[in-house]
Design a binder for this molecule. Structure first.
Ligand code: FPP
Length: 249
């Protein structure tokens, strides 16, 4: 796959002279319904969902998106049956095994948001190895949210800042928006420009709540396994037609 280099333009949402979101995040919803409609087990929907993730990553890179963040496993997903959790973990290991070489070759850094250390040790280790192998890549970032919940991320940020204040490292007065941003899992990612949710649901479901403050939201009816490069290009075109005022006129 070939990727165009990410724009060096620091303006949010402006890359290469056209309006391309620097950071796109996706709530990949609808795998179960996709499978059910075909009389298949839910695992088949997740498998097709992983294939969609592969296609969308390639299209994002080609469009000049600097960072793609995918919600693969929420901190609430532990409530699913054990068999489905195991299927999702197996799929994550398979995705890493199949895609790591391509990610590295294409200069894509893998980053995890959330706490994957709660995963079974073999899976957590594979994730760590993939992150370490791609750590110095700089062409694009693929951030995968694993055992992620936005409120929990904010709780952790508040705790770490409180500890620094208690330890005399910083003044309480110095806690501002930048300090909170710097304490989030997404600290080293570009500002979130576009958040997409598939499958017709119109909720954020505890995903990137702080980061979405000024993001454009796009809800599409397509079930995630049917989302592909063309669907992403349409989403980017829709983003390009929006006027972002950040509270101004
Ligand atoms: C939501 O669909 C999807 C998930 C909870 C899992 C997302 C995981 C993947 C797409 C596969 C792994 C991807 C990578 C990048 C490793 P749902 O099951 O809630 O669907 P439903 O609402 O139709 O039941």
């Amino acid at each position: 796959m070939s990727l165009t280099p990410a724009s060096a333009d620091p303006t949010p949402g402006i890359a290469g002279g056209s309006s391309v979101p620097r950071h796109v995040a996706i709530i990949m919803d609808g795998n179960g319904r996709w499978a059910k409609a075909r009389g298949l087990p839910r695992a088949a929907g997740h498998r097709q969902g992983a294939e969609a993730a592969r296609k969308v990553l390639r299209a994002a890179g080609e469009a000049g998106v600097e960072c793609l963040t995918l919600y693969a496993f929420s901190s609430e997903n532990w409530r699913r049956p054990e068999e489905e959790i195991n299927d999702l973990m197996g799929l994550l290991r398979l995705y890493i095994a199949k895609e790591l070489g391509t990610l590295h070759k294409e200069g894509i850094r893998l980053k995890i948001i959330g706490d994957h250390t709660a995963f079974e040790p073999g899976t957590a280790r594979k994730v760590d190895e993939a992150v370490a192998r791609t750590a110095t890549n700089s062409r694009m970032t693929l951030a995968i949210a694993l055992n992620y919940g936005s409120r929990n991320e904010l709780v952790n940020a508040a705790r770490s800042l409180a500890q620094r204040v208690a330890g005399g490292e910083m003044e309480a007065q110095a806690i501002d928006e930048a300090a909170i941003e710097a304490a989030l899992d997404t600290a080293d990612l570009p500002p979130l420009d576009l958040l997409i949710r598939t499958s017709g649901e119109r909720r954020l479901s505890n995903f990137l709540l702080w980061q979405a403050a000024y993001a454009e939201l796009l809800f599409v009816d397509t079930l995630w396994p049917d989302f592909d490069g063309d669907a992403l290009r349409l989403a980017i075109a829709d983003f390009g037609n929006r006027e972002r005022r950040y509270g101004g006129l």
